[in-house]
Write a protein that binds this ligand. Structure first.
Ligand SMILES: [Zn+2]
Length: 87
């Protein structure tokens, strides 16, 4: 076996999120939030507050309404905070 790839996680350049079922990838937080095939199912708070980086905890649940998919994706809210903090 010749495994040329490494599984090392990149600090930057990797996708923000990857769908575990259909393999779709979103490169950035903004791209993820703008995708019309993703429907936010619930969150204990508001997305507006999340964008401001005020919410550091909790999970956001999205349904991926793409053809052949329909799975639920969970993201830690702190990931959104981290992204915005670096900007
Ligand atoms: Zn999907």
């Amino acid at each position: 076996m010749n495994m040329g790839e490494t599984t090392k996680k990149r600090e930057s350049g990797g996708p923000f999120k990857r769908c575990s079922l259909c393999g779709a990838e979103w490169q950035t937080r903004d791209e993820f939030l703008a995708d019309k095939t993703l429907k936010l199912n619930g969150y204990q708070g508001s997305l507006r507050r999340l964008r401001l980086g005020e919410m550091a905890r909790g999970l956001l649940l999205f349904t991926h309404k793409a053809p052949g998919c329909g799975t639920t994706l969970a993201l830690e809210a702190k990931r959104f905070k981290d992204e915005s903090a670096e900007a």
